[in-house]
Design a protein around this ligand. Structure first.
Ligand code: ADP
Ligand code: MG
Length: 717
């Protein structure tokens, strides 16, 4: 792939190291590196995180506390004093402009110099953050520009255009690099290099989306024009930032569109559907599929019968019944003489799926196996061998299934459950275990639309938006620790009526050991002191698989009344007779976790309760999360709230989820731009000659440069 000469030149120049910028010596270079700025391009993309309005001088009477302001006035008093309590020296001055007065304070200063400069009657321009102390307003350590005798403030403002008379950028700082110096460096970078930034987005798209030329966008994002709306700037809605965000999203979406198109064009195995196993299964099930389940199954079936591999995401809230849909899809693959792999994020969930699948497959005369990391070498070898020869029709497992050495006779369908726990790459690995197998991924974490567009933009989407009938919504209560006794009494009552309960302990520290300790000590104490008449069981992540399986089995068969656990039961566990979920230290859990935990109850027809116990010292965010839990049980609303409280980076764990790091875009704020960019990108990718026409050469090159690796795109240059 060779770049066009102009693109090559500008790419090279944008990679120019910052030391070539005027005013950047080795000391400053080090500071810049701390901010992650090495090249001219890094600097261009380091946009201000806020702006300062210095277009006009403010009257002192108008100075708003909490904001940084520019004002002018006359010094009416200046002296060194000693604070009464701390007995520290400070320097104090009063400034007045006739409309009002404001105090200036310095806590670190050179006394002689200050006394000489701050003479009563001198005029100056001051810049600083206004603080309020009771009725008084103060500025600590303001910037001061003294006015020469007889000069008026306006003249000074005009003489220093980098500091006054406009909207100024405010950049992230690092110690030893003042805002003023950084501003100067950035100004130099923008003046000399912005012109090299040329977007590869085709003109017709740029004009439809009302984009600025890229160089202009950089200039204005750093140094906004005087007539721009400050509110728009602050909310990131100005044309300049919108252009840069669009540019960033556009290429990501283009990559996703091509990936999707690549899959669509790929040849797959078209299945025949004769319902050899699905019909008998449907007859055996103790319930009828919901309309939503049937619709989604229909979408899956259509994909499976097409001559291209399926690549579909099934999204549905906890308890909506995704497993049975997956099983039906699996049976269609098996009916077509291919094998199925089901990957789950935890051993417990893999085991539970295995038990469920195994039960139905056995009745149908099919073979099912389990593969996890903690099985013995011998067990594993036997399973691997049976999978390789095709003796096994369906294998359920953890990450272990994705490892090298797992080979199939013919993998026809790969299913990933709780997809949000895996990354994009795992999907790729599973896919390569067969020859263009169909892929079905499932998630219960409802993902806000903007996030799912970026994370799963290359997947077709099915939504199960209906719960099986007869479920009563879970009653959720937040209780302080004082109410724990009452909560226990409530559990006793429920058990007395033949129901069961979960009690969940959080991770106390990062280490799993202490997590285990809290739960196992909790279990012992509950058994001995609180519930001596009931059977208390313990489940945690460090138990052997067969131990875990035994405990789960006991709980299912009601040989255990109360299951004390760590968060290992968070995903997928299904015991309809359990009606109480008590969560200790609920404020330490994330919203998604709490939602999943609550999803363990309310699975039968009986009224279920979720009791969230919080400690007295609970952070503000913690309170917000618990509040959300009591307000809604709608997974989508919970996810939106979660995204808002935590921000997208942490929402799913950037690395793990394969969520790209954006340079300017913000998923919370820029959802609309993302959708616009996506629409245009998908339209472009659908052009017949997109891959070949010289007109799109540059777009293709930029795409490969930016996303080729991360999206695992085959070379298209
Ligand atoms: P999830 O979507 O969270 O994975 P599951 O597949 O575990 O949910 O299903 C939750 C429970 O609902 C299971 O006990 C399952 O047997 C039951 N279920 C699934 N579909 C239906 C249905 N159509 N009618 C009644 N119960 C159903
Ligand atoms: Mg599930």
């Amino acid at each position: 792939m060779s770049l066009t000469p102009t693109r090559k030149r500008s790419t090279q120049l944008l990679a120019t190291p910052l030391e070539t910028i005027r005013g950047v010596g080795s000391r400053v270079l080090e500071k810049l590196a701390k901010l992650g700025l090495h090249t001219v391009e890094d600097a261009l993309y380091c946009l201000p995180f806020r702006y300062e309005d210095r277009r006009q001088l403010k009257k002192i009477a108008q100075l708003l506390p909490g904001t940084e302001q520019v004002f002018t006035g006359e010094i009416t008093y200046a002296a060194e004093t000693v604070t009464p309590r701390a007995r520290k020296k400070i320097f104090e001055a009063m400034v007045s402009d006739g409309s009002g007065q404001v105090a200036l304070k310095w806590f670190r200063y050179r006394g002689d110099w200050m006394k000489k400069q701050f003479a009563v009657g001198r005029k100056a321009v001051f810049i600083g953050e206004i603080k309020r102390f009771g009725a008084l307003r103060e500025v600590h350590h303001p910037d001061v520009e003294f006015l020469p005798e007889g000069a008026d403030a306006e003249t000074i403002l005009r003489a220093d255009p980098l500091s006054f008379g406009r909207i100024l950028p405010v950049y992230p700082l690092t110690e030893g690099l003042p805002q003023k110096s950084l501003r100067k460096i950035m100004k130099e970078v923008v003046d000399c290099y912005a012109s090299l930034a040329v977007s590869a987005i085709p003109d017709d798209i740029a004009s439809r989306a009302q984009l600025l030329p890229l160089d202009e966008a950089f200039r204005q994002a750093h140094w906004p024009e005087a007539d721009v709306s400050l509110a728009a700037l602050e909310e990131g809605r100005d044309a300049a930032r919108r252009t840069l965000v669009f540019d960033e999203f556009f290429f990501l979406e283009l990559g996703l569109a091509l990936k999707r198109r690549g899959v669509v064009l790929e040849e797959g195995i078209p299945f025949q559907v004769e319902h050899r196993y699905t019909r008998p299964l449907a007859k055996m099930l103790p319930f009828q599929l919901t309309a939503a389940q049937r619709r989604v199954l229909g979408e899956i079936k259509a994909d499976l019968m097409a001559p291209h591999p399926m690549n579909r995401l099934v999204q549905g809230d906890v308890g909506c019944g995704k497993t049975i849909v997956a099983l039906m899809a699996a049976l269609i693959a098996i009916e077509n003489d291919t094998q199925v792999a089901v990957v789950a994020p935890t051993e417990i969930l893999a085991e539970q799926h295995y038990l469920q699948f195994h039960r139905w497959l056995e009745v149908l005369g099919l073979r099912c196996a389990l593969l996890t990391g903690s099985q013995s070498g011998k067990e594993k070898r036997e399973v691997l061998e049976a999978v390789r020869t095709g003796a096994i029709h369906l294998v359920v497992g953890t990450h272990a299934l994705l490892q090298e050495g797992v080979e199939f006779r013919q993998l026809g369908l790969g299913i990933i459950d709780e997809q949000h726990r895996f990354g994009v790459r795992q999907r790729g690995v599973l896919k390569r275990k067969g020859i263009s197998p169909h892929i079905l991924v499932m998630t219960a974490t409802p993902i806000p639309r903007t996030l799912s567009l970026t994370l799963y933009g290359d997947l077709a989407l099915s939504v199960i938006d209906e719960l099986p009938p007869g479920r009563t919504p879970v009653v959720t209560k937040v209780l302080t620790e004082n109410y724990r006794e009452r909560a226990y009494n409530f559990i006793k009552k429920e058990i007395g009526q033949g129901r069961q309960a979960y009690i969940v302990y959080p991770l106390v520290k990062e280490s799993e050991k202490s997590d285990l300790l809290a739960a196992s000590e909790g279990a012992a104490q509950l058994q001995a002191e609180v519930f001596p008449e009931s059977k208390v069981g313990l489940l945690h992540g460090q138990m052997k698989p067969d131990e875990k399986e035994a405990v789960m089995e006991d709980f299912k068969k009601r040989r255990i009344d109360i299951l004390v656990s760590t968060t290992v039961i968070e995903v997928g566990i299904d015991v309809p007779n359990a009606t109480v979920m008590l969560v200790e230290h609920a404020e330490r859990f994330g919203l998604a976790q709490l939602h999943q935990l609550r999803g363990r109850v309310g699975r039968g027809a009986d009224q279920s309760h979720c009791l969230l116990i919080r400690s007295q010292r609970c952070s503000e965010d913690g309170m917000k999360r618990l509040q959300v839990m009591t307000e809604t049980s709608d997974g989508f609303r919970i996810a939106e709230a979660d995204l808002e409280i935590r921000g997208p980076g942490e929402f799913l764990g950037t690395r793990q989820a394969g969520l790209p790091d954006f340079r300017v875009a913000n998923l919370l704020r820029d959802g609309r731009v993302l959708e616009d960019a996506r629409r245009e990108a998908f339209r472009l990718a659908a052009e017949e000659d997109f891959m070949t026409h010289p007109q799109y050469e540059e777009v293709r090159q930029v795409l490969m440069e930016r996303w080729g690796n991360r999206l695992e795109l085959a070379s298209i240059g």
